[in-house]
Design a protein around this ligand. Structure first.
Ligand SMILES: Cc1cc2nc3c(=O)[nH]c(=O)nc-3n(C[C@H](O)[C@H](O)[C@H](O)COP(=O)(O)O)c2cc1C
Length: 198
């Protein structure tokens, strides 16, 4: 079983990266045999879909950029789930994360590859109420369009996914409320991965 995490922040070592690391670490406490891979979109050139239609006929894209490397990784037959993490930008996901989802349409058009894969999201906002829930819903919408099975952050917190406040006094890394949602998300992903594989 393999679970991928995608970091949609343009900052490689920012808060979203840290949050996803905490999520995957917690996932491993439930089952250390689950393989994980965290892919950062920082520094990658991924443009938006140009709707050329090429992927309607073949599993391929006419845009030759860094999405191809990610596309090849995600074709993994052992993949059971995907955790998408994005900072809140203007009340929604980053343009990097949106470009990733738009380009992922080739998985949908070629046999719904993500169908029945587990999908979960986390987000970090600079403000406490800066659009975290809305950003999670936007990511969830893309996952639903792939017919993925959506998960929240599970027992203990059990809301819509990981939700962090970057500028909390004392720092997000010390904020038990943010951290708990990231950890519960990872644990929930491992728990349900087992349920669907047993
Ligand atoms: C262009 C831009 C827009 C932003 N918009 C919001 C916003 O709408 N709400 C919010 O709470 N934070 C907003 N932020 C703050 C980021 O969400 C916050 O700094 C986050 O921690 C960045 O994640 P990173 O460290 O992984 O890059 C914005 C930041 C930038 C650069």
């Amino acid at each position: 079983m393999k679970i991928f995490a995608i970091n949609g922040s343009p900052r490689k070592n920012g808060k979203t990266q840290w949050a996803l690391e905490q999520t995957l670490e917690a996932l491993k406490t439930v089952d250390s045999s689950i393989e994980t891979e965290l892919i950062s979109l920082a520094g990658k050139k991924i443009s938006g879909c140009i709707s050329c239609g090429k992927c309607r006929n073949t599993f391929g894209c006419s845009i030759k950029d860094d999405f191809i490397e990610i596309q090849e990784k995600l074709k993994c037959p052992d993949m059971v789930g995907l955790i998408a993490g994005s900072p809140v930008y203007m009340g929604s996901m980053t343009s990097q994360m949106k470009a990733f989802w738009d380009r992922s349409v080739l998985f949908r058009r070629n046999g719904f590859f993500f169908k029945n894969k587990l999908g979960a999201a986390l987000t970090i906002g600079g403000s406490r109420n800066g659009g975290q829930d809305l950003t999670l819903q936007n990511i969830h919408a893309a996952m639903m369009i792939h017919d993925m099975i959506l998960l929240g952050d599970g027992y203990g917190t059990a809301h819509f996914g990981g939700a962090g406040w970057a500028n909390v006094p004392g720092g997000m890394e010390e904020d038990a409320t943010s951290l708990e949602t990231f950890q519960n998300l990872g644990k929930r992903m491992a728990e349900v991965a087992h349920l669907i594989k047993s």
